[in-house]
Design a protein around this ligand. Sequence first.
Ligand code: HEM
Length: 218
Amino acid sequence: MTPFTRLFRSSVGKKYLLGVSGLLLSLFAISHLAGNLLLIQGREAYNDYAAGLHSIPGFLFIEWGLAAVFLVHIAIAIRVSMENTSARKRSYSQHKMQTVGKSAATMKYSGALLIVFLVVHLLNLRFKIVPEVMVPNATDFDAVQHLFANAGMVGFYVLMCIVIGFHLGHGLQSSLQSLGWYHTDVTPKVRSLSFWFGLVMAVGYAMLPLYVMFNYPV
Ligand code: HEM
């Protein structure tokens, strides 16, 4: 058995991997938002940023690495959630069942929505398949501008970004707790940091489609 398989099989190992992959994805979410905020500066700044990103040596490896972290995170989350469900069926403690069940259930549903969002989002902006318009040789700015000219897509993105903010906020709290930040004096700080992180992510991402729709009409 490889050390990774052993880590993946033990319940402490799974929590640890879920926490570490969650923190890495949170770092990605912060840097992705920071880059996308350049939309506010306009076409040139945004396209320069996108071109700079693509010219990083080994960019493709970074993308595959990111995809691997997403896949590990999703695989472990599904596994842990299935184990929690079967443990709950055996549990006699009604109170425990309700509290553990609630937060796990909301993370499960917001996580599932996040996967749907990511599939649509990658088709739209990574592969530049934007409804109604096919922009030949589209730059990243063109693709974003055409995507958010569609009110339905703007609504979808805004709703999903709020769900993602919620998932990231709750996720940061559980990641930090899984990694040992769980004491009477630390827990309130972790909770408040996670709340603000989720809120900033939700508002930051959700305002972008609206900003583009109102400021850069096609
Ligand atoms: C709502 C505002 C958003 C905009 C304008 C936006 C824009 C983009 C663009 C233009 C790309 C393609 C980059 C490339 O050409 O390589 C991209 C890729 C990606 N986005 Fe977003 N994004 C947004 C929100 C999100 C959110 C909320 C997430 C999830 C947390 C996310 C996750 C990703 C991932 C995983 C990729 C593929 C990795 C990459 O190519 O960099 N995006 N996004």
